[in-house]
Design a protein around this ligand. Structure first.
Ligand SMILES: Cc1ncc(COP(=O)(O)O)c(C=O)c1O
Length: 280
């Protein structure tokens, strides 16, 4: 087409984001990005191509990062590469530092937005470069809750279980990352505390929302709020075990509306068909 395509390369700066291994993306052993040496060669190659315009460089080192240092280290690596590129006559206009700023689920103390900004600004000394950030979780994580009803209580021989109607298909993070989500009764209760596993009704021992959690004594029929599910909650949900996905409700002050309908059984088989070679 004889048009110049603007390109940026996502590099892998080999920085430890000090987060869960499944959400670390900027270490050499992770599948993401191009390592620094290969990136230098890729930029050199791209600079010789007629229909490629080099415009940027980017990275995303991971998610739920609770310290400023990994961002700082990543930026230092990218700056070193930008400097090397400059010496080769290659300039980048955009620097994309990805997302990754963490939130408080339990007692984490991630940098505040201004501390995060300060860490980047202090290191970034090229006023001509356009900085791009891709925050995700920090914007919406604590804006969402998953509401679930207690189905029944079960006393096992070694522990107690609170069985609720939400499961790992609705919120995968606890079983996938052993992630902590606070769980509160929707209606405040002054009852005593119990220690129990809060589990779903799916036929998997990994179907839990909390393990050995101290929560207020609750009864079948009570509603529980699973906190901080605004990010990586619904979007990671599935129809596993033929479970229709939940409705999504947007709340603003005292107003609320259904912004995504609850799925039904028709939705579960939508798009499926019986091939003609199967006998009736
Ligand atoms: C390239 C990229 N940018 C930004 C994000 C958002 O990350 P977070 O929600 O941790 O801010 C992700 C998440 O996986 C990502 O892969």
């Amino acid at each position: 087409m004889k048009k110049k395509a603007p390109v940026a390369i996502r590099v892998n700066p080999d920085v430890d984001p000090k987060t869960h291994p499944y959400i670390s993306t900027g270490l050499k052993k992770n599948k993401f990005g191009v390592d620094l040496e290969a990136a230098l060669n890729a930029y050199k190659m791209a600079s010789e191509l007629d229909y490629i315009e080099i415009v940027g460089i980017g990275c995303h080192i991971g998610s739920q990062i609770t310290e400023a240092e990994p961002f700082d280290n990543a930026l230092k690596s990218l700056k070193a590469l930008i400097h090397e590129l400059k010496q080769l006559g290659i300039t980048v206009r955009y620097l994309d530092m990805g997302g990754g700023l963490g939130i408080t689920y339990e007692n984490e103390t991630p940098p505040s937005l201004s501390e995060y900004a300060q860490a980047i600004i202090t290191e970034l000394d090229d006023p001509k470069i356009c900085l791009i950030l891709e925050p995700g979780r920090v914007l919406v994580g604590n804006a969402g809750i998953l509401v679930s009803r207690v189905l029944y209580r079960k006393s096992g021989s070694s522990k107690d279980f609170v069985i609720v109607d939400a499961g790992m298909n609705d919120l995968l993070r606890p079983t996938l990352y052993h992630a902590y989500h606070a769980i509160e009764p929707v209606q405040k209760k002054d009852s005593r505390l119990i220690v129990a596993d809060v589990v779903g009704p799916i036929c998997e021992s990994g179907d839990f929302l909390a393990v050995e959690r101290s929560i207020v004594d609750i009864a079948a029929g009570d509603l529980l709020a699973v906190m901080s599910t605004g990010a990586y909650g619904y979007v990671m949900s599935s129809n596993y075990c033929s479970r229709p996905r939940v409705a999504e409700i947007l709340v603003k002050g005292k107003q609320f509306d259904v912004v995504r309908q609850r799925e039904n059984y028709e939705d579960l088989i939508k798009g499926e068909s019986i091939p003609s070679f199967i006998d009736e």
